[in-house]
Design a protein around this ligand. Structure first.
Ligand code: SF4
Ligand code: SF4
Length: 438
């Protein structure tokens, strides 16, 4: 039996696809984290309660602590009732400092940004100024009826290096009611940062460059912090989460890239993490090396077996996220079929990116490094975000997107919004949106 959760109600989805009233109380007491781990797609019902559209792609880790239903509702309100879109999520890159030298780093290990092209002091983020930016964002969204903006901090470097991290985490949670996602290797996570994360974060995700004691040196030129150090760091996080009673709502996960050297190692790695008490593991494809094609790097049969066995480790308290198709080791974000791609970029409107003090339309490197795609730079005055995201400014900055975007860093989000837009426009009845829970 599966369940549907949305609009504060729960329904059953029978194995034959019928919608029935929920009978099990158990599902009603699940925390947001538990729902996210068990999430298995989105279903749209019309006024008669009939399924009019569904997708079984999993978005849970990607949107958490929001859900795909938040995105669907925002697009629905915009399309059907002309309500302006709020910012749902902001991805903040507030430090360029990094102690890793990953071969596949998109930001050249935090060093390839043309700093001189940014406004003066763009990457100086005193605590008060950062607080002003977050306040602007949440007030902007709150004026548009949305009160829990997702705040992801991942650095264009190692976010642990930002000097006021414990304080900004606390401000974001306590004063701005934001949903906090923190992505790090953990190499510089000290006691004070860990305490603040345990107290304030919704999701801590540890990135592993590779599996095994030599992996950090091999993939990231890092010898001061090793695979074993990362495991110890994870143990400390999980231990402190338990001591603070946050097991039910603080998600802790790991992210690992598909690598040919790991073909026989995925399963043991995932088993170990599950035994430690981790909630989710995400194994991802990384971008295809320049001038190559993804199909030049097929997944071996051993890797395929291991990945399928890893998927089978999944249970209601351990989520496994694998690439949607396991046809190759790498992926390309190339927009292959323009007819299938939206005419407007939703991502730029609902999940812009902060680079220091500047707000950009998205994270794609060729866009992020181009000042033409800067929506504005915060100066510290009230309601300045209204100007950055005014219809005229957005129209001007995004006039060539997605038309001139050869590839898209938010391709799945944009395709999802595009599909929803099509459903909302073609079905005139009132629609309701539900997350499917396994
Ligand atoms: S940790 Fe991130 S920013 Fe640093 S080198 Fe690796 S990929 Fe680049
Ligand atoms: S790459 Fe282009 S279409 Fe994709 S999110 Fe960025 S601006 Fe939008």
């Amino acid at each position: 039996m599966e369940y549907l959760i949305g609009d504060g109600e729960v329904k059953c989805l029978t194995p034959s696809g019928e919608i029935a009233p929920a009978t099990q109380k158990e599902i009603g007491s699940l925390s947001k984290k538990q729902i996210a781990i068990r999430s298995d797609g989105l279903i749209v019902l019309d006024e008669k309660g009939e399924v009019v559209w569904s997708t079984r792609k999993r978005y849970a880790q990607h949107f958490f602590p929001l859900s795909v239903v938040d995105y669907a509702r925002a697009i629905y309100a915009f399309e059907r009732f002309g309500k302006p879109l709020p910012i749902l999520s902001v991805d903040s890159h507030d430090t360029l400092e990094c102690d890793f030298k990953c071969a596949d780093c998109l930001s050249g290990c935090g060093k390839s940004l043309p700093i001189e092209e940014y406004p003066k002091d763009n990457f100086k983020m005193p605590l008060e100024f950062y607080e002003h930016i977050l306040k602007e964002i949440v007030e902007y969204s709150s004026r548009r009826g949305f009160s829990k903006v997702r705040f992801e901090q991942s650095g264009e470097g190692n976010p642990d290096f930002y000097e006021f991290r414990p304080e900004i985490l606390s401000f974001a949670k306590r004063n701005a009611n934001m949903g906090i996602v923190y992505v790090t290797s953990g190499s510089q996570t000290d006691d004070s940062l860990r305490h603040s994360l345990i107290e304030n974060a919704d999701f801590i995700r540890i990135s592993f460059p590779g599996i095994g004691q030599n992996a950090y040196r091999f993939y990231s030129g890092q010898t001061d912090f090793t695979y074993n150090d990362s495991m110890k760091n994870l143990e400390k996080i999980l231990d402190e989460r338990r001591k603070n009673g946050r097991e039910k709502d603080l998600m802790v996960g790991a992210r690992l890239a598909l690598r040919s050297e790991h073909e026989g190692a995925y399963l043991d790695f995932a088993k170990r993490l599950r035994e430690m008490g981790l909630d989710v593991i995400q194994i991802v494809k990384i971008l295809v090396p320049e001038y190559k094609r993804p199909e030049d790097f097929p997944v071996t049969s051993l890797a395929m077996e291991q990945l399928q066995a890893t998927r089978d480790l999944e249970n209601p308290s351990f989520g496994v996220s694998l690439p949607h198709s396991l046809d190759s080791m790498y992926y390309s974000r190339e927009i292959e079929d323009r007819r299938e791609f939206p005419q407007q970029c939703f991502s730029a409107l609902i999940q812009p990116v902060l680079m220091g003090r500047s707000l950009f339309v998205c994270t794609k490197s060729e866009v992020m490094y181009s000042q033409a795609f800067r929506l504005g730079t915060f100066q510290g005055v009230p309601q300045e975000l209204e100007q950055f995201l005014s219809p005229a400014q957005v129209k001007e900055v995004t006039k060539n997107v997605p038309g001139e975007c050869k590839s898209c860093c938010s391709i799945y989000d944009n395709m999802l919004m595009h599909s929803l837009q099509g459903v909302i426009r073609s079905i005139k009845s009132g629609l309701r949106f539900y997350e499917v829970i396994k």
